[in-house]
Design a protein around this ligand. Sequence first.
Ligand code: F6R
Length: 610
Amino acid sequence: MCGIVGYVGGREAREVLIDGLKRLEYRGYDSAGLALGSGEDLLIFKEVGKVVELERMLQEVPAGSHQGIGHTRWATHGGVSQVNAHPHKDGSGRFAVVHNGIIENYSELKDELEREGVIFLSQTDTEAIVHLVATSFSRTGDILETLVYLQKRLRGTFALALMWQDRPNSIYAIRRGSPLVLGSSEGEAFCASDIPAFLPYTRRVQYLEEGDIAEASPSGIKIWDEKGRPVERPVVTVDWDVTLTGKSGFSHYMLKEIYEQGAALRRSLKGRVVDGKTTVSRELGWNVEMVSKWKKIHIVACGSSYYSALAAERLLEKWTDLEIKVDIASEYRYRHIPCDTSTLAVFVSQSGETADTLAALRKAKAGGAHCLAITNVSSSTMAREVHSLLLLEAGPEIGVAATKSFTSQLAALFMVALQLGSMRGSLAPHEEERLVDELVRIPHKVELLLEKESEVREIARKYTGSKNMLFIGRGMSFPVAQEGALKLKEISYIHAEALAAGEMKHGPIALLEPEMPVLAVIPRDSLYEKTLSNMQEIKARNASLIAVCTEGDSLVPEQAGSVIEIPWTAEEFTPFLTVIPLQFLSFHIGSILGREIDQPRNLAKSVTVE
Ligand code: F6R
């Protein structure tokens, strides 16, 4: 939800900032802007649309600035317009601010500032920040004191980068609740919402803690806590490869990330399933005594992460003796669900920053639950706030639609389920061994399935004119149907709905007609025959059927006009395979329709606002 970047050093600032903003565009892309230090005034440039529009505008601007801050926006307060785009400056033009997050008390601050004579130009909450900085600085005359005061006055979540005209060699950064990292190398410094923004220039990173205030300059980075006391934050060298954040010859990040799933899964499983046993307990810091105390598990997530949790729910029910509850974070956070020291609360989030999931985490933690985060981002807020952490190891996911993070979440959740089953004695050792033996074969089977891309593309061609599509599945395939429908909606903008196949005759069957395609997820499993009967009922009503089934199946092709086969796997692991054709299908339908695959309209990758 908005990306921010700041730079100070010897390079041409606007080049570094535009490059950084492009790498952060997955966070928001409705407008973009820069503030550049010119030695005298702060120059502000803003444009509605993607970062390339801003880049085009800057072609006319002479080079020569070595200090700047930039922003790519996903609108919250105030519509998409040039005036609402960041950076925002104060009336005197001495301060400029870019912001990610939400200032909850902004109306109150605005009233107060207007009473003091401040004139607001935009409808954003951010503008209150910059005016507050200016009015408070005019009283204190001290920048650190001003920023400490700012921290005290702002309610809500924010990551801010700030420029002050009088300090042409510094940029200031402040964070509370929203992500912000600092980077440094010889004679230059950076700040950004996410590391890829400055990865081409440095791998030396410092993570800001809640409430931290930083001043970054070519001579180094100084950090203070929210009370203004100097603090040290360790410098970490990240081992991310800059090519991981590029498209590597693929037309889109989404396609690249679909293809990366075999390798991502190998990394997710590496060292965590060994000789027929699950060994994640070491990484999680769990022992038998601790695990035996738990009576229930709550799994909380949003979107695709929620669907991976629904798949895990079915396995936890099977492999453990615990009571399982899976919920959407925006619901869980406001429900009266008992959560105490007998609860293991699991939070699944690719970004580790999703506002609702984070709020749910804080609620469960306050209730006394043992909190586990399953996330892809080791530096994320969730990773830092939980008792146990399991990283996806999927590598950066830049396409807005979740693909490799979904399958890596399945792997992580299934390993947690296996581990709990074996530690609590509810899963027999020979059963664990059978499952682990099959789990380690999954990356290879995923790679075999990737070869079906062209087959799926041909099927996709037939459905580009559809206005709606239904996805059905049972058991382990129902969450996959849900994930498939979500992918189609967000990538192609075709309305899609997922149903537990058995629910069709309770109402949705009334929708069936030749123009309503139905995609059935029907691998060879214990519920296969039930789903097959549902397919027969659908065919009898002349709807067009597409099926994802296990190779060698002779009955499904009799019902479905289009069939995509997956390699055989144990029932428990079919979601790893059945989801791949659905990812390709939405990609190709979206691509034929000319959609913005990596940045679908109205969406952002990290939903850091409620
Ligand atoms: C769908 C998608 C979203 C995310 C959801 C949660 O393709 O990407 O539905 O899954 O916004 O995000 P995380 O996992 O970062 O908490």
